[in-house]
Design a protein around this ligand. Structure first.
Ligand code: GLC
Length: 619
């Protein structure tokens, strides 16, 4: 009781901190307060991955595994180093610092050129002719804007006049706001995005009290709401407060692992398109990035480079059997690490963190590329797996029993193309196809070039299953019968081919568009947008569609769902000005595969995974 009261007070104190405050900088209490960021150093990394390859698509050949497999050497040991270096770290050598500075100057010049291009893109977007559907969508999007103390800070999840039961759809969800933010940024309206980034930063969790089910330090909320509360001792005067939800009051009580990852991805996009790099260089923003990364990179009991999470910790925020290492989280994690690495200022205090990021990136990409990828050939290999192998050289490392290959997959997997499976655990492969994870693996270059081509080839070959009457299926296929009963816990919202269980979600369209642009397959994205455009406005912009082919508006679907509206708008604008997609895309980082900063001994047990990752790209 007392503990609960204290927690309430603490939360109250936190809430107080976000009372109508200006966007003032956060104060730091610990000795790990960040030293002033080095703007030049961060700038040097921003240009590592900015180009949009518009003509790369060739045929999707089978992915070939590398000849050398460093599974056991997944570069885990460097994470044992403290992520924040002690203040007494020796300063950078003069010579090294001079060469870094020269490199940074050169990249700053490139950055200027890139910014010019993006500005021209935004001007082109502004002057394009909008269709009646787009005009309606813009009007609806502006109606969804939420104000706090006189400034726009986000958009509500849905604005559905047909229901009085809003549940938490009247809140600003972090993940839902991303397509709204992209739409606003492409239109040259960046203030709302800046306000959102800074206000959500104020809401970031600062302390953990396990006894009271509170979130860990660094967690970003799933959503927030602007509330009017009476001023102390005054029943007539009110003030506005921002009230975050970290999952403690959400259905299912799940921590939103994806929120912080999206926040980092959006922060980079904002900097690139506006040129306002000063925002990401602010001390409080740098600290916010580090808190998120510390939470993700800290050691646990896990042995894999993938992030271990509970069920429902992302867009699929209800029980759907995606606990463990779901692809969606891994793809967003990889993307956020890539984005953060470009933005973190290089100081003596951040060297260990940057090293940990680099090591995790190479281990993560190796692991996903090698063990999550399936195509005809790989499934045939799994089908013939030996089991119960005990040694470092085991081929069937996770002891997968071939009987696990579901009957639908043998007929479904196309000859050309493949995909990344939904989850990998000891003795368990979840063979379902999850759209967001696969698309974001393309956008972030977590997948190799060949794999990325293969994923789009598969979507094309399986168009009637994944797009059909409404893009895109959140996952394929649906869980049915006993599987549905056991895995979802008989969830009536997630019945087969509904909602998260094989429903079709129009918001996934913008991510599909991005992936298509990256791979030079705008033709596919255009086809999907045409399908969506035929129905969205007439159907009142639903949250999701049901049935195997997405024919019906979802059973419990909200109407006027903001991320449906914003996703459609972003797709249209991106398709007309594809070069702007670079604000969200990361290209393959050959430097990461080339250089090795992990300083591991190259013996049998601790080989560096970067070499293996490189061999995956070169085959
Ligand atoms: C549902 C979705 C979740 C989304 C929220 C608000 O809970 O599963 O991904 O963020 O609605 O739209």
């Amino acid at each position: 009781m007392a503990a609960a009261a204290i927690s309430h007070l603490r939360r109250g104190a936190q809430r107080h901190a976000v009372l109508c405050i200006s966007l003032s900088r956060r104060r730091f209490s610990s000795s790990s307060a960040v030293a002033a960021a080095s703007p030049l150093a961060a700038a040097a990394r921003r240009l590592l991955s900015t180009t949009v390859d518009s003509a790369t698509s060739t045929s999707g050949e089978h992915y070939k595994p590398p000849s050398f497999d460093p599974f056991r050497a997944a570069t885990l040991s460097p994470s044992a180093l403290p992520l924040e270096s002690p203040p007494s770290s020796p300063p950078l050598q003069d010579e090294a610092a001079a060469s870094v500075a020269a490199h940074e100057q050169a990249t700053l010049a490139c950055q200027e050129v890139e910014l010019e291009g993006l500005k021209a893109g935004v001007e082109a977007v502004k002057s394009r002719e909008e269709s009646p559907e787009e005009k309606e969508a813009w009007w609806l999007l502006s109606r969804a804007v939420v104000n706090y103390c006189g400034s726009a800070v986000g958009t509500v999840a849905a604005n559905d006049p047909s229901t009085s039961q809003m549940l938490n759809y009247d809140q600003v969800f972090i993940r839902d706001f991303v397509p709204s933010a992209i739409a606003f940024l492409l239109k040259g309206e960046s203030d709302i995005v800046k306000n959102f980034l800074l206000h959500t930063l104020q809401l970031q969790s600062w302390e953990k009290t396990v006894d009271c089910y509170s979130p860990g330090q660094g967690l970003m909320p799933a959503s927030f709401k602007v509330r009017s509360v009476p001023l102390d001792g005054n029943s007539e005067a009110f003030e506005e407060v921002l009230d975050p939800d970290f999952g403690e009051s959400a259905i299912g009580r799940v921590a939103p692992v994806d929120s912080g990852l999206w926040w980092i991805i959006l922060l980079r996009a904002y900097g690139k398109i506006t040129g306002d790099y000063a925002l990401q260089e602010r001390v409080d923003v740098q600290t916010g990035i580090r808190l998120i990364l510390n939470l993700c990179l800290s050691d646990g009991f896990d042995m894999f480079p993938t992030l271990l999470v509970t069920d429902g910790s992302c867009m699929i925020d209800r029980r759907m059997g995606i606990h463990g290492h779901p692809l969606e989280i891994q793809a967003l994690f990889y993307s956020a690490l890539r984005c953060a690495r470009e933005m973190i200022g290089v100081t003596d205090g951040s060297k260990n963190l940057i090293r940990a990021i680099n090591n995790r990136l190479s281990a993560l990409s190796f692991h996903i590329r090698e063990y999550y990828w399936v195509d005809m050939k790989k499934i045939n290999e799994i089908y013939r797996y030996k089991t119960e192998e005990y040694s470092h050289d085991a081929i069937n490392k996770f002891n997968i029993y071939p009987e696990q290959i579901p009957s639908w997959l043998a007929d479904w997997i196309p000859v050309k193309g493949g995909y990344l499976i939904g989850n990998l655990q000891p003795a368990h492969m979840d063979f379902r196809f999850f759209s967001l994870g696969n698309l974001w693996a393309i956008v972030s270059s977590l997948a190799t070039q060949r794999q990325a081509e293969g994923i789009l080839n598969l979507i094309e070959a399986k168009w009637d299953d994944i797009v059909a009457n409404m893009p895109l299926k959140i996952c394929y296929p649906a869980l049915e019968y006993e599987e549905w009963r056991i895995i979802t816990g008989s969830d009536p919202k997630n019945t087969p081919w509904s909602y998260h269980n094989g429903g079709s979600w129009p918001t996934l369209l913008w991510q599909f568009t991005l992936a298509c642009i990256k791979m030079g397959r705008r033709d596919l994205a255009r086809r999907a947008v045409e399908v969506a455009e035929k129905r969205l406005s007439d159907d009142k912009w639903p949250e999701y569609y049901d049935t195997r082919t997405g024919r019906f508006i979802g059973k419990q679907s909200r109407l006027y769902q903001t991320w449906t509206i914003a996703g459609y708008l972003s797709s249209k604008m991106l398709l007309d000005c594809p070069e702007i997609a670079s604000i969200l895309i990361c290209d393959e980082d050959f430097e990461l595969l080339e250089g090795c900063a992990c300083s591991l001994n190259k013996n049998a047990r601790t080989k560096c995974s970067r070499r293996a990752a490189k061999s995956q790209v070169l085959v």
